[in-house]
Design a protein around this ligand. Structure first.
Ligand SMILES: Cc1cc2nc3c(=O)[nH]c(=O)nc-3n(C[C@H](O)[C@H](O)[C@H](O)COP(=O)(O)OP(=O)(O)OC[C@H]3O[C@@H](n4cnc5c(N)ncnc54)[C@H](O)[C@@H]3O)c2cc1C
Ligand code: FES
Ligand code: FES
Length: 1408
């Protein structure tokens, strides 16, 4: 029997939040596994006889049908606890998820909305449940956005507010992420904290692997993850650490010591004195819920909401009856599929069945032939069951268990695995389910049950009938799944390849099984299934036929590959695209299976030939242990006062509030009486006339108050953005899918969204859509002016050059993916046309002006308030002003407060991103590597409006040289008008794109000359006092220093040799290394933007309130400003407060952008503080020993003003395009980065093994914040250049509208060794305290990974006999990389293209 007492202690959580696993205890894997047996007869005792039926209707109880009942339940309906407080809901709406319930109803706003689809982890909370069967309490991390509250009956929810606070006591999970600088904008932080908290609750001493696994379901767009890993690494038990340092602790430095000082170098955060884990701090599981669980296990419940009815049966019989009565009603288990369908596809189900308390669905039994797992078991439970089975079965029988476990370990994130069920996965019949190919290959069967009886159904090709269709009948349920143990001489393997290593649905996956005759290599039976290559899983029957009965050897397998080409056919238009890649993956995975089987046969002494050495690494996984990063920065001078914080690694001033969920973001503001919600209606056509907008049905919907159209705008109907008008709402014509047409306002978000869905727009399509840059060029579709710049005589130099090469590269766009979506709350004050606007923007003044112009009122009636922004990266300037204006029109029209918070999908669709760029070049060079001429052309995909794209095209020409002194240089750029959503500013503003072009050109030159790219870089780099191509003088000394130091720190020469050897020895694994520099201009070339103002008040008690025009969006601006004020006023930072940025306090602000925030606002605050400090001088002189508080009170009594403004008038920067000269930047920030990757050429998957960066940021005001910006932007660049891919349909609709489809870097993408060095001995007289702007420059350094991949690809191509330059577009996704490697398998596919993949069908996605 199974011991059942005590709290389960499994890091991953043993059970579904909702499940009652029978038969798995907290014993060690081996002993518990021995104990897995069928449950005793209690199971059969369950029947309808003792069930309860309690029916609730919205607002009132309409029917009670019970045989036995606990009174409390009858009266109280749904009962659960949140942070130790009891919640009773008599009439919960089945459509309400826990996230909005927590945020809106309970006002627990620490839990954040990031995507609503389980993909980002911002909404992570812990759910605890008591299982009356085995008397266990279990704790799970879950995504609150996918958890229906109806499913919470008897559960205890813990949110970030429930574990600690700044007012009481912090939890170590909160303290450590904050103190390790792992919280920048802070929007992801509560989710990270709760994932870590849940892990610690189950496992107080996790290994580093468990930490990263526990956090894999959480995304962060700011930090680059390294500080989060390093902060949470401190929980790892030393002896259980990753052991990356051999036997020493992974936290130790090279001398083996652990502490704040490593080799005499200060560390960014002090690990001493951190709060210890204290279990007594944790909330206990409410005893009442235990009693409830014991007494009401079998009660069935029914909740009737506005549209849907929720029935939770108490027994299996009742479930079967319900299924018979409502065959179309879905079974809601983890809600990870059905929830998404309801939410995103608008699928409506009048009845939902939730059998989470039907014990039979969670039963686990083990027999000698295999394991039978209840269909309701979550992935975490199945994982645990498999782990135990692996421990208890003889090893030769565990192949199937291992294969399935491998897939489950990589399925979704931890939160998904904790709730998603086995039965749900099978019933969902995803074409790329990770489980079904293995289940099918592994001879699994399931039990389907209905009132009519039970049947055992094999999970095979006949079971899956098509997309989301199986052989399970509508009146049946899946009861259990039988996973057979592998037989003697049977081998099973599973494979998956996904666009990101973790938390991403597979592109292609496979399950493969072969059974041999005893002691022979002759195949008795074989089964191969692929996922991701059709509407359902595909059985490679042709391959199996080829192989069966034959010995396992090269000739057999060769025939198998041939047959596979026929088994897996994909039309050119196949949904999901990547047709050639997917087909080549099927071959590559079969090849990997071949090697694994050969290895098996060799171990069994059946196959006596050695697997060639060069192939052995093919089946080794890529390395994944993240080692502690090293950060080197300058210490402050010994003479600096201890209190003076400038130059010290001070923690972000809001980090603790962010980690406790106390930090307030726009949508955390409480609901205001009478408040309405606004939902946007967007165009579904790329280019069409609007014939009619019919919103009559929407207006009939309960709760809908009004609809806003263009004609409702009282003032200007267009925004003028840098000289181009942009309609706020389209009136007569739409020019892209996603263009805003009208907006519905209603009393709730749900009503507004339902109303928006009912608006009917009649279009007349216009036929001249332009999507691609080629089309735009052909049709001369540009936003003018086009830009041109040049120096020297390019034509002549090209003629004189010893070699000339023409190349090109395309750089895809990038979604900002700030974790906080665009959010607004516009409140009409009610008199004199005043509007108070709370929003998430980088540029409050721009929005203030936009709203004033839109409403036709003066700016002095509109005040914009920004407390903080949950990430922006350039995406919260222009688009924000338009959305805010529309929201303001709604508030104006209705006279009521209006809130608008975009859903992630809407945000991605409407607001655009980084401009895709096509760069072409012609380069002339000498045999010695000197580049004498370069001629560039850049085409920028602007989208349907100009926005700032013309300025992006301008900035591209100003940075086209990057760090290279090319004597004859010419560039032309143009912003192309297309029928795609309008793009906008994004960190770097075109610079990363143009720098990639020149670095690619240099790589081509190197490949042409057969030399190392770094040699060509070095030969052509600016080295002495120079002029840029626009005649700005600068000294590149620090650029050269960064270059030399980076080469040395990265030990590039030695590592190159090691890489050469590795590449020679390995056929399908290749390594590459690349080093790239940046020279990045800081400041705005539009001179008027280089100004800032501040307002500083000193109150009588000595406390100081600083207001300035900059926005805190995670970059630590307020922290640095606080440091400035502290130094200038000579007081501790604790006396200084920054509340918000408001146009009421500081008018006419400039955007927080261009890496100029601290330069400008720091100076303004310095000015104000110096004025005030000077005013206090007579008092200080009179009373030199007085305290600050004494002086302030005296000043007040002496009628000295304690408030002043400060102002910074920046440099007069300019660019004269007529003369082609200017000084558009205040100065340059320099940096150099070296990265090394290991690439799997068969799948295109890579891992960044190591990154070293040396960056010149002058004297850092706050090294921890600056290093945070460096690392965060590097990872964003790594995403841009290697992963993030926007896909548009042939009709111009964005497919990639959420984290499910659009992959930003995650924990698994952090370089395994990530070292950052701030250049010592640098200073900068042109910025405050000799610092330099750093927000944007290092984004481009992420390209070092791109070029390292390119080098690895070049090595693979060399093996294929291909040398010289080749095109690898950005992002270097696994698809592009794998195809560029030209392996035997990609070649097979490309050669066969004339066959199945060809045809006239339009590809699934556009190549924009
Ligand atoms: C963010 C995210 C990441 C994901 N990543 C992966 C991944 O990497 N690999 C992968 O394979 N999958 C992945 N998934 C899919 C996930 O595995 C499935 O959605 C999940 O297994 C479905 O189980 P569920 O319990 O949530 O089903 P639900 O959503 O509750 O139900 C889904 C469907 O199954 C039916 N159903 C459920 N149980 C039964 C039953 N016992 N009998 C009959 N019908 C039943 C329901 O009627 C419904 O139609 C991911 C999902 C999300 C949201
Ligand atoms: S908001 Fe729930 S996972 Fe993104
Ligand atoms: S700090 Fe993680 S998203 Fe901003």
């Amino acid at each position: 029997m199974f011991p059942g007492n005590g709290v389960q202690r499994n890091a991953t959580g043993f059970r579904s939040v909702f499940s009652c696993l029978v038969g798995v205890s907290e014993m060690s894997a081996q002993s518990a596994a021995r104990c897995i047996k069928p449950r005793d007869s209690k199971e059969t005792a369950l029947s309808m006889g003792s069930s309860w039926n309690v029916v609730f209707h919205s607002g009132r109880q309409v029917c009670i049908n019970f045989m036995k009942m606990a009174e409390q339940t009858l009266e109280d309906g749904l009962i659960f606890y949140v942070n130790g407080k009891k919640i009773m809901e008599k009439n919960p709406d089945p459509e309400t998820m826990l996230l909005p319930y927590l945020r809106k109803k309970l006002r627990l706003t620490g839990t954040k909305y990031g995507c609503g689809g389980g993909g980002c982890g911002a909404c992570t909370v812990m759910v605890s449940r008591y299982d009356p069967q085995n008397k266990n309490i279990s704790h799970f991390s879950v995504n609150a956005c996918l958890l229906p509250i109806c499913q919470l009956h008897g559960g205890a929810v813990t949110t970030v507010e429930g574990i600690g606070s700044t007012k009481t006591k912090l939890h170590p999970a909160q303290e450590r992420i904050a103190k390790a600088h792992g919280s920048q904008c802070g929007f992801c932080t509560p989710g990270m904290v709760m994932s870590m908290y849940t892990l610690l609750r189950n496992n107080p001493k996790p290994t580093l692997e468990e930490v990263t696994e526990g956090l894999a379901g959480n995304l962060c767009r700011c930090t680059g993850y390294r500080p989060i890993v390093d902060g949470y690494r401190t929980f790892c038990e030393r002896e259980k650490c990753c052991q990356i340092n051999g036997t020493a602790c992974c936290m130790a430095n090279e001398n083996g010591s652990v502490g704040p000082v490593v080799n005499g170098q200060l560390e960014l955060f002090n690990k001493d004195g951190l709060l210890p884990l204290d279990p007594t701090q944790d909330l206990i599981f409410p005893p009442e819920l235990m009693r409830l669980a014991e007494s009401q296990e079998r009660i069935s419940q029914k909740f009737i909401g506005e549209r849907m009815t929720w029935i939770s049966p108490g027994s299996l019989d009742e479930l079967l009856q319900l299924k018979a009565d409502h065959p179309q009603a879905p079974i809601v288990m983890g809600n990870t599929n059905i929830g998404l369908d309801i939410k995103f596809k608008g699928i409506f189900h009048p009845v939902l069945l939730s059998p989470t308390r039907v014990h039979e669905l969670f039963k686990v039994t083990q027999k000698p032939e295999g394991v039978c797992v209840g269909a309701g078991c979550s992935m975490s439970v199945v994982k645990s069951v498999l782990e135990k089975s692996i421990g208890s079965f003889p090893p030769e029988n565990t192949h199937m268990f291992r294969a399935l476990l491998q897939q489950i370990n990589l399925l979704g994130g931890q939160q998904i695995r904790n709730v998603a069920t086995l039965g749900g996965n099978i019933a969902s019949a995803y074409p790329n389910s990770d489980l079904t190919p293995v289940l099918a290959a592994g001879r699994c069967t399931l039990v389907a049950l209905s009132k009519e009886g039970r049947r055992r159904v094999p999970i095979d090709k006949d079971f899956f009938l098509g997309f989301a269709k199986t052989a399970v009948k509508p009146n049946e349920i899946i009861l259990s799944v039988f996973i057979p143990a592998s037989r003697k001489d049977e081998v099973v393997h599973a494979f998956r390849h996904a666009p990101r290593k973790e938390n991403a649905l597979a592109t292609v996956n496979a399950g493969m099984r072969v059974w041999f005759n005893e002691n022979s290599s002759v195949v008795k039976d074989i089964s191969i299934y692929y996922g991701g290559v059709g509407t359902t899983i595909v059985s490679a029957e042709g391959v199996c036929k080829q192989i069966i009965g034959r010995p396992w050897e090269d000739a057999t397998l060769s025939d198998g590959y041939g047959a596979l080409m026929d088994d897996v056919t994909l039309m050119a238009s196949a949904p999901g695209g990547k047709v050639d890649f997917r087909r080549s993956l099927t071959l590559s995975l079969l090849f990997k299976f071949n090697l694994l089987v050969l290895q098996y046969l060799q171990e069994k002494n059946v196959f006596l030939k050695e697997i060639p050495k060069g192939l052995q690494s093919t089946i080794q996984p890529l390395p994944k242990h993240i080692q502690p990063g090293y950060q080197e920065f300058q210490n402050v001078l010994e003479t600096q006062l201890a209190q003076d914080p400038v130059g010290r690694p001070m923690v972000h001033r809001s980090a603790l509030s962010q980690a406790t969920g106390e930090a307030v973001y726009c949508d955390d503001l409480p609901h205001i009486d009478g408040e309405l919600f606004l939902a946007i209606v967007t165009s579904s056509r790329a280019h069409a006339k609007i014939i009619r907008i019919d919103f009559s049905e929407a207006l009939k919907l309960p709760g809908v108050v009004d609809v806003v159209i263009a004609d409702d705008i009282p003032g200007k109907k267009c925004r003028n953005i840098v000289g181009f008008n942009e309609e706020l709402l389209a009136k007569s014509e739409v020019t892209c899918v996603g263009q805003m047409v009208c907006a519905v306002v209603a009393d709730s978000e749900a009503h507004a969204k339902r109303g928006a869905a009912l608006v009917k727009i009649t279009y007349e399509d216009l036929q001249d859509c332009i999507f691609t840059l080629e089309e735009a060029i052909e049709k001369q579709s540009f936003f003018l002016p086009k830009w041109k710049i040049g120096r020297g005589d390019v034509e002549k130099a090209l003629e004189d050059a010893e070699q000339v090469y023409e190349g090109e590269i395309r750089i895809g766009g990038q979604e900002h993916f700030y974790l906080e979506t665009q959010s607004f709350l516009v409140v009409p004050v009610g008199e004199e046309q005043e509007m108070k606007v709370y929003l998430s923007t980088q540029h409050p003044t721009f929005t203030q002006v936009a709203i004033a112009e839109t409403l036709g009122i003066p700016s002095n009636r509109v005040s914009c308030h920004v407390k903080r922004v949950g990430g922006a990266f350039g995406g919260k300037v222009t688009k924000t002003s338009i959305l805010a204006s529309i929201t303001a029109v709604a508030a104006w029209k209705t006279g009521r407060p209006v809130r608008c918070v975009l859903e992630r999908g809407e945000d991605m669709l409407i607001t655009g991103g980084r401009n895709p760029v096509w760069g072409k070049y012609k380069v002339g060079f000498m045999k010695n590597g000197r580049i004498t001429a370069a001629d560039f052309q850049y085409y920028v995909n602007a989208g349907n409006t100009a926005d700032e794209s013309v300025l992006v095209a301008e900035k591209i020409l100003l940075h086209l040289d990057n760090a290279y002194n090319i004597p004859n240089l010419r560039g032309q750029s143009a912003a192309c008008r297309t029928n795609l959503p309008s793009n906008t500013a994004f960190r770097g503003f075109g610079v990363p794109q143009c720098m990639l072009v020149i670095e690619n050109m240099i790589t081509d030159v190197a490949h042409k000359l057969g030399r190392r790219p770094e040699e060509i870089r070095e030969i052509n780099m600016y080295k002495e006092l120079s002029l840029t191509h626009y005649k700005m003088k600068f000294d590149p000394e620090n650029l050269v220093r960064c270059w030399e130091e980076c080469k040395e720190k990265a030990d590039i020469h030695r590592r190159r040799q090691a890489i050469d050897i590795f590449n020679k020895e390995n056929q399908y694994k290749k390594k590459g290394i690349a080093i790239v520099p940046i020279k990045y201009g800081i400041g705005f070339s539009m001179s008027f933007l280089n100004q800032a103002a501040a307002l500083v008040h000193i109150y009588n008690d000595g406390s100081v309130l600083v207001s300035h025009g900059g926005i805190e969006m995670g970059q630590g601006l307020h922290t640095k400003v606080q440091q400035v004020a502290s130094r200038e006023l000579n007081i501790p930072t604790s006396l200084i407060h920054i509340s918000e940025t408001s146009t009421e306090c500081v008018p006419n602000t400039c955007p927080s952008a261009a890496s100029f925030g601290t330069d400008a606002n720091g100076m303004a605050v310095q000015d104000a503080c110096q004025i005030l400090y000077k005013r206090l001088e007579p008092i200080r002189k009179k009373n030199p020993n007085g305290t600050w508080q004494n002086w302030i009170m005296t000043a007040f009594l002496e009628k000295i003003s304690l408030s002043t403004t400060g102002y910074y008038r920046g440099q007069d920067l300019y660019m004269d395009w007529e003369k082609q000269e200017g000084k558009p930047y205040a100065y340059f920030t320099y940096g150099v980065c070296c990265s090394e990757v290991e690439l799997d050429c068969l799948t295109g998957e890579y891992r960044t093994l190591r990154t070293d960066m040396v960056v010149d940021i002058g004297r850092s005001i706050n090294p921890s914040i600056d290093i945070g910006q460096i690392e965060g932007s590097f990872i964003q660049g790594l995403g841009l250049f290697t992963m993030e891919e926007l896909k548009f349909s042939p009709s111009g609709m964005l497919y990639t509208r959420g984290p499910g489809q659009y992959k930003i870097p995650s924990f698994c993408d952090v370089p395994l060794k990530f070292n950052v060095y701030l250049l010592a001995g640098s200073s900068n007289p042109l910025a405050i305290y000799s610092s330099k702007g750093i927000g944007e420059p290092c984004l481009f350094l992420g390209s070092s990974v791109f070029f390292a991949i390119k080098e690895a690809v070049a090595a693979a191509r060399k093996d294929a006999g291909l040398t010289g330059p080749f095109t690898l577009n950005s992002p270097a996704t696994p698809e592009r990389t794998c195809l560029a490697c030209a392996t035997r398998f990609t070649n097979m596919v490309l050669q066969s293209k004339a066959g199945s993949t060809s045809g006239s069908a339009q590809p699934w996605a556009l190549d924009i």
